[in-house]
Write a protein that binds this ligand. Sequence first.
Ligand code: CAA
Length: 277
Amino acid sequence: MAARCMLRPSTSGYVSLSLSFRRHPLSTAASTQYENILLGTPKPGVALTLFKELNNALKHLDDDNTVGAIVLTGSEKAFAAGADIKEMKNQTFSDVSNSNFIASWSSTIPCIRKPILSAVNGHALGGGCELALMTDIIYCSSTATFGQPEIKLGVIPGAGGSQRLTRIIGKSKAMDLILTGRNFSGIEAEKWGIAAKCFDSAQACVDGALDTAGRIAGLSRVAVRAAKEIVNKSQDLGIREGVEYERKVFHGLFGSRDQKIGMEAFVKKEKPQWAHE
Ligand code: CAA
């Protein structure tokens, strides 16, 4: 997918990555850090990057102890418009099958252990919609346009859309969208439980996501990681196994320093100073 990211390092422990398929004017001062990502500094503390190495950037942020949560966002016009149709159009079955096309980027994000929020403004179509669906929390604006239009290109969603969308909105609604390829709005995304919140403007959407990311980054990383893991397990396990899994992880947290810190701080009516251990 051709898109670009904005990296926003922050002292409050979260980072924002922004994607869009159109180019922003960039300073290339910091463009040497990644082979395929262009880094620029439109204002102090903000860096613009190209999307190609999103997975590498996410893996890097996952390993960075100063980062507690990640926000993925785009321009007001587009979050991401999907896989590059011009690049795909002459590919054969053998080409895509042998290269396991799409597998690498659609399998990396679900392995990131830190929370990823997406702030969706403008188009989130095909792989762009699937990218948002891979993240942990979706915020959008009322002007956002989601969709799985692949059927109109003679193919089907290839990065998990048919599975993730169906789990969220149910079979009938998912069939309605995937078989017709019609788009749906940010307002519908919130109404159907795809997005956690829908905002009136793109700026409010990004601000809302950054605010939530900041709140999450201020909590125990150990507990946040465990919470993300158990919620994700609910997508794979039956209720009984899921509840048992949750209990085991809950018990395991009593071996963490942050459990002692959090509960002692509550009793002493103090703010917890997390060790993230
Ligand atoms: N691939 C390649 N090029 C794309 C693209 C895509 N997915 N989306 C947009 N573009 C290109 C357009 O061809 C156009 O290029 P030119 O300037 O060279 O003509 C440029 O981006 C701007 O697009 P538009 O002129 O169409 O702009 P618009 O504002 O009228 O429409 C849009 C924007 C609604 C996103 C429209 O471009 C569109 O519908 N794009 C296709 C979306 C799509 O079908 N995505 C699914 C791809 S398949 C996939 O993702 C498979 C998977 O499951 C992983």
